[in-house]
Design a protein around this ligand. Structure first.
Ligand code: M6R
Length: 622
């Protein structure tokens, strides 16, 4: 996620750009930059770090000009640095571009452009865009932009500025948000409403495939072929604070709702479609898919021959590690241990050069996780970081890094980071399974096709929250809540209980359902809420027996089941259904109602959802 802005009018572009970027910093803050055109020259300044560093670099200087673009970055391709910060230009500085998204085919485009003599400065995917514009430009700015858009694959919101066209900005949207704010004698472009809300409330919210040609007195919207689109003005009614949260009451709810996109973005680039080949190779001709990890620079033989994997993390990331263990053991048939980072380094772990250690951390700054990685390296293991923050300490320390593309997570309670970590662990396990030939090609294809459906299935789950709200209202004042499940359901139960504890301050515990009668059952009395997950088909009957045990003690049992399950509702008080999928993938769906349950329980109790007491987003002390 990044924030982009644009201005065209009679006033100072720079003033709007800096102000707008300040309002968009929640979308990304590892570097920032602006480009302002005074009709002759384009002035560009960029800086690694937060917007404050850019302001510091400008030292109070306000570049002259009434047309400009700006960007605040959350790195996806290329670490945070001055060079990688946007805006990016072509070889001659005639075209300037800011971008939010991922150009998937940038490597091939870049190689081609380099062969044609283009000089690249950054490591970003974005830089291909101004160079393509330079290639296609024959005097008609809009038609060159349309040619560029035909070439690039992936997701984007883009703003283009040209030295040859001092009276227009062009912007385009595909899978990332973009709006045009309509002023009087001036117009604005932004990723999101907060950037423009103190200037205008009249906007065009662009749809995928739309292009806007923005002049100071007009906005023309077309499709990718240049056909005009008659678009309705959207009048914003939110206040500035609500706008920053995309209209949601809290960042946590916004981030829960961002999960389909975060997962799509994280999967992007790792699933390879194998197309039918000319040589009629039967395997290829099946038009299947496989997982690829171009980022992993290890020799595949190393991954094939590892004899043990450790997954190390804290909190929610640790819970993602538990699911990751299940995936790797089940699919790649390798022994995996999962450890809390705060325990790992003090227990003399058994590690050698054939051990792979995986460290999961949203922030990449958790002190215990970083220290555990250092210990692992000292003992000679290979280290892999899975993190959401490019250039974070963990990413810098690791031998290899895989990134979740969840965008900044602001709420203390982790939600979209967890599901993207699960996705990455699943794809890594399947990748290792491919290398080790432990899963058949048919099963791989089946899993990948189900994987691709997950974002839409999460959206479906998010579309019906009323039963969850009702349950939270009825039971949100209980002091104790229990979560039970077997196999992967148990791992998800642990995450559900943590979510409830940290934001609603309700005492919540998760138990492996089969363990109840070894002690916990003593706590189950009349009226105690029990959330029972029953989606794992391989242990379904056994889970039902455990559910009957708690129901027999008069607990109030709320089940989480896969659509099509007609059994569970016979025994318990209420069932929340999620769409059906393979039992390996269903944790990505079952966790969503648990996140929502925690959220609405915290609301019911009047808690500060985004900033729970005693907690910080990133724990940078031991
Ligand atoms: O940034 P990290 O993923 O390393 O953070 C680890 C934990 O501190 C974090 O997951 C914490 O448990 C969350 N507040 C849970 O919602």
């Amino acid at each position: 996620m990044c924030g982009i802005v644009g201005y065209i009018g009679d006033k100072s572009a720079a003033n709007f750009l800096i102000d707008g970027l300040t309002k968009l910093e929640y979308r990304g803050y590892d570097s920032a930059g602006i480009a302002v055109f005074d009709g002759n020259e384009i002035f560009i300044e960029k800086s690694v770090g937060r917007l404050a560093s850019l302001k510091e670099k400008l030292k109070g200087y306000t570049p002259k000009g009434s047309i400009g673009i700006g960007h605040t970055r959350w790195a996806t391709h290329g670490r945070p640095s001055d060079i990688n910060a946007h805006p990016h230009t072509d070889c001659h500085g005639d075209f300037v571009v800011v971008h939010n998204g991922i150009i998937e085919n940038y490597m091939a485009l870049k190689e081609d452009l380099i062969e044609r003599g283009h000089k690249f400065l950054s490591e970003t995917d974005t830089e291909v865009v101004p160079h393509l514009l330079e290639e296609f430009y024959k005097g008609d700015f809009a038609s060159a932009v349309r040619e560029v858009l035909k070439k690039i694959e992936g997701s984007y919101s883009l703003v283009f500025m040209s030295k040859n066209h001092h009276d227009e900005l062009i912007c385009a949207k595909q899978d990332n948000p973009l709006i045009v704010g309509i002023g009087e004698g001036e117009n604005f472009i932004a990723s999101d409403i907060p950037a423009i809300i103190n200037k205008t409330r009249s906007t065009y919210i662009l749809n995928d495939g739309e292009i806007a040609i923005v002049k100071k007195n007009s906005v023309e919207i077309t499709d990718k072929n240049g056909n005009k689109i008659d678009k309705k003005i959207f009048n914003v009614s939110w206040n500035a604070e609500a706008a920053e949260k995309g209209g949601y009451e809290h960042f946590m709810l916004k981030e829960i709702n961002e999960q389909p996109k975060a997962i799509r973005d994280t999967m992007r680039g790792f699933i390879k479609q194998i197309r039918p080949s000319k040589n009629n190779d039967e395997r290829i001709a099946k038009d299947g898919s496989s997982i690829i990890f171009p980022e992993l620079k290890w020799n595949p033989d190393f991954l094939k021959n590892i004899d043990k994997v450790y997954i190390v993390a804290c909190g929610t990331a640790y819970h993602a590690g538990l699911v990751g263990k299940f995936y790797i053991e089940k699919l790649a048939r390798m022994l995996v241990e999962v450890d809390l980072a705060s325990e790992f380094r003090y227990r003399d772990p058994i590690i050698d050069e054939k051990t792979l250690t995986i460290f999961i951390s949203q922030s990449g700054e958790t002190s215990d996780t970083i220290a555990a990685m250092k210990e692992s390296k000292r003992l000679g293991a290979k280290t892999l970081a899975i993190t959401n923050v490019i250039g974070s300490s963990l990413a810098r320390e690791a031998d290899q890094v895989l990134y979740t593309i969840a965008g900044p997570e602001i709420a203390v309670a982790s939600t979209k980071a967890y599901t993207t970590q699960l996705i990455l662990m699943f794809m890594l396990a399947l990748y290792m399974a491919q290398l080790r030939k432990t899963v058949s090609e048919d099963r791989t294809r089946e899993l990948i096709s189900l994987l691709k459906k997950i974002p839409a299935q999460i959206s479906e789950t998010l579309s019906d929250v009323d039963p969850i709200k009702t349950f939270a209202r009825s039971y949100g004042f209980n002091e104790h809540v229990f979560y039970i499940g077997r196999s992967l359901d148990y791992d998800v139960a642990l995450e559900g209980a943590l979510k409830l504890k940290e934001i609603s301050y309700i005492h919540a515990e998760a138990y492996a359902a089969g363990e109840l009668k070894h002690g916990t059952l003593a706590l189950i009395v009349e009226g105690v809420p029990v959330i029972a997950l029953a989606t794992q088909k391989s242990v379904y009957d056994k889970t039902i027996s455990n559910i009957k045990e708690v129901k027999a003690r008069d607990a109030v049992v709320i089940g989480i089941a896969a659509a099509g399950d007609t059994e569970l509702e016979k025994y318990i008080d209420h069932v929340i259904y999620v769409p059906d999928t393979d039992e390996l993938l269903i944790p990505l769906l079952t966790v969503v109602p648990l996140q929502l349950l925690a959220y609405y329980s915290a609301i019911t109790r009047g808690c500060d959802v985004d900033k729970p007491r005693n907690l910080a987003k990133s724990v940078t002390v031991e």
